[in-house]
Design a protein around this ligand. Structure first.
Ligand SMILES: [Zn+2]
Length: 246
C-alpha cells in the first residue's frame, strides 16, 4: 500500500469502514484494530454454478466485512466500496483463467431507490476492470422493472423463483466466443449470478466466470449497524429493517 500521505488524509482522518470509528492520523488502514480481527477470508472460495464455470469470492459475508458491505450498499460508503473492489482485483490478478477474460460485466440493479443511490455492482466492476486492465461493459445486462428485492424473499426457493428471467441483454449485445467475468458484491445462493450467466450465454458468451466480494455461508445473526441517518437492523437473514432517526 502507498505510504504517500495525501492532503485528504491530513485534513480528514479516515474512518473504520465497519464501525465508523476515526482512525489514527495518517492511518492508511480501512478497519480499526478491533474490526480487522472480525474480517474472515474464504479459504476454499471456488464454486461451480450451473452456468458459471467458476464463481470466486474474497471474504466470508459476516463480522466487520458484512458491516462494511452494508455501509457501502445502503449508506453510500465509497471507501468501503473501494476497499472491496481492490480486494476483488487482487484475487483476480492471481487467477490466470479469469484474467484471460475479454470483458467485465456487472449485475444490474432495478429501479434505484432513495436509500441506494447507485448500483453497487457497477461501482465495484468499474474499479476492478481498471485495476485488472480488462474492458468493462457497464450496460450489457439489464434488470426488468418490478422484480421484488432478493432481500424480501424468505427462502432459498423463493429467491430462486423471484430472480428467474429477471435479466435481459442490452440490444445487439454480441459476446460470441468471448470470456466474461460477472462482478457482484455478495454471493448468497448463486441464483442471481446464474440468471445473469444464462442471459450472457444466450448472447454468445463462451466462458463465464464470476467474482464477488463476499459469500454468505450460513444464516446470519441479527446485527444493528449505525448509519448517518438511519440504523439498519438485520433481524434475520435476509430481511432488512430500517429505523430512521428522523
Ligand atoms: Zn471498526
Amino acid at each position: 500500500m502507498s505510504k504517500i500521505i495525501s492532503l485528504a488524509d491530513m485534513l480528514f482522518c479516515r474512518q473504520c469502514i465497519a464501525c465508523g470509528e476515526t482512525l489514527p492520523l495518517f492511518s492508511h488502514e480501512d478497519f480499526c484494530s478491533d474490526c480487522i480481527k472480525n474480517v474472515t477470508r474464504l479459504k476454499k472460495d471456488e464454486l461451480v454454478l450451473a452456468h458459471v464455470i467458476k464463481a470466486r469470492s474474497v471474504f466470508v459475508y459476516d463480522g466487520a466485512l458484512r458491516k462494511a458491505l452494508v455501509r457501502f450498499k445502503y449508506n453510500n460508503n465509497a471507501q468501503a466500496g473501494r476497499y472491496v473492489a481492490n480486494e476483488i482485483a487482487s484475487l483476480m490478478k492471481k487467477d490466470k483463467e479469469i484474467m484471460a477474460a475479454d470483458y467485465i460485466i456487472n449485475v444490474p440493479n432495478g429501479k434505484y431507490t432513495t436509500d441506494r443511490l447507485y448500483n453497487q455492482s457497477m461501482f465495484l466492476a468499474k474499479i476492478v476492470a481498471r485495476k485488472c486492465k480488462l474492458k468493462f461493459l457497464p450496460n450489457a445486462l439489464k434488470k426488468k422493472q418490478g422484480i421484488k428485492s432478493q432481500l424480501k424473499c424468505k427462502t432459498r426457493l423463493e429467491r430462486k423463483e423471484n430472480i428467474k428471467a429477471a435479466f435481459y441483454a442490452e440490444k445487439g449485445l454480441d459476446l460470441k466466443g468471448k470470456t466474461v467475468v460477472i462482478i457482484d458484491d455478495i454471493l448468497t445462493t448463486g441464483s442471481t449470478l446464474n440468471e445473469c450467466a444464462k442471459v450472457l450465454e444466450k448472447a454468445g458468451a463462451e466462458k463465464i466466470y464470476a467474482v464477488t466480494a463476499a459469500r454468505a455461508l450460513s444464516s446470519l445473526k441479527p446485527i444493528k449497524i449505525k448509519l448517518l441517518d438511519a440504523d439498519i437492523v438485520f433481524t434475520k437473514k435476509p430481511t432488512v429493517h430500517y429505523k430512521f432517526k428522523r
